[in-house]
Design a protein around this ligand. Structure first.
Ligand SMILES: [Zn+2]
Length: 347
């Protein structure tokens, strides 16, 4: 017998009309109904509880969900509360099948759910904890170990792009190296993720010392740790700051993990944490600050709602210092991450 014939065929998947991948090696072991709750047990011992009305609302069949747009067509607000008649695992354990009873105005309905999709959408506390990757907090000890990526790889390789965005979301800051030191490169890099978030400063902005500055960024003075555009209703989520020239004396950059400082404040002074007092002084403490000097061709990408950034004063008479930056919205970053994950399939 050829070895290949020994391979176990993967269980047939139930089409959940969901563009996101919903991989799972786990099958359904048992299903039980208690009132309005459907209890699902996977074969690794994990259990989830789903409300019957939630399952009815998420039925993926072509009558309930548009087969092309995958948008919801069944609106439970137009129907009487669903009455669950039976719930059971499918024959091969690759999912569950629910039968909703007919009522005066609504015919009976059958809904099927894939085991992996249920696992991915399980709202039990353990399942949410399993899916949610907590932010990796850091302080000055991260020096020399900021997650670093090659520009060329990010621009041409989807796996490198996915790894960069994952690190950006987890650590809040990343360095991209060896980009061509040319104006516009920062925008080209950001557009590898999605549309750039424009602000009143334009699609990209040049951090240079100007004779008539309309922002402290366009002077040579030092900048306290800050996040950008905190004065607007929707500040940009991520910032890319690209070094084109850095020959001026001074002008070192620094960044601080606001989450890490907030956690230190909570430990040291729970009451102060409540008031967020003392916070600025902590941001200035060297133990939290990661100081570095960007070289031409280097781009820093960071979470503008988490990471504070600043710089030392510099002397514009000693040489050119030119950084170019732009912003990305979180929706754009998360959308690209989902598209990249979709490309990897249900595995
Ligand atoms: Zn349906």
């Amino acid at each position: 017998m050829a070895p290949s014939s020994l391979a176990v065929a993967p269980p047939p998947r139930i089409d959940m009309a969901d563009l996101a991948a919903y991989p799972s090696e786990r099958r359904i072991r048992a299903v039980a109904v208690a009132g309005e709750i459907v209890r699902v047990a996977w074969d690794d011992g994990r259990e989830g509880r789903f409300h019957a009305i939630w399952l009815r609302d998420n039925c993926p069949c072509p009558a309930c969900r548009h087969p092309q747009t995958m948008e919801r067509q069944f609106l439970f607000i137009d129907a009487p509360p669903p009455v669950l008649a039976t719930a059971a695992p499918t024959m091969d354990g690759s999912g569950i099948e629910l039968r909703f009873a007919a009522t005066a105005d609504v015919p009976a309905h059958v809904s099927r759910f894939d085991a992996g999709w249920l696992r991915q959408h399980c709202y039990a506390e353990w399942a949410r904890a399993e899916r949610c990757k907590p932010p990796r907090l850091w302080d000055a000890a991260l020096a020399g170990a900021i997650p670093s990526f090659e520009h060329g790889a990010i621009m041409t390789d989807d796996a490198a792009l996915a790894a960069w965005l994952e690190a950006l979301c987890e650590t809040g800051v990343t360095i991209i190296r060896n980009a061509p030191s040319a104006a516009g490169e920062v925008r080209r890099t950001a557009e590898r993720v999605g549309p750039v978030r424009a602000t009143n400063f334009g699609l990209v902005f040049d951090v240079v010392s100007l004779p008539r500055p309309n922002s402290s960024a366009y002077t040579a003075i030092g900048l306290e740790p800050h996040t950008d555009l905190a004065n607007v209703r929707r500040p940009p989520d991520f910032q890319l700051l690209f070094c084109i020239a850095n020959r001026a004396a001074g002008g070192g950059s620094f960044i601080v993990d606001g989450f890490r400082v907030a956690s230190a404040l909570r430990d040291a002074d729970p009451e102060g944490y409540g008031l967020l007092a003392r916070f600025w002084r902590l941001l200035r403490e060297p133990r939290f600050q990661l100081c570095f000097r960007l070289s031409p061709g280097e781009m820093i990408a960071f979470d503008n709602l988490r990471i504070l950034h600043g710089r030392d004063p510099f002397d514009p008479g000693t040489g050119e210092r030119r950084l170019q930056g732009c912003y990305l919205d979180r929706d754009t970053v998360m959308s690209r991450r989902r598209l990249l994950a979709r490309g990897r399939g249900n595995g």
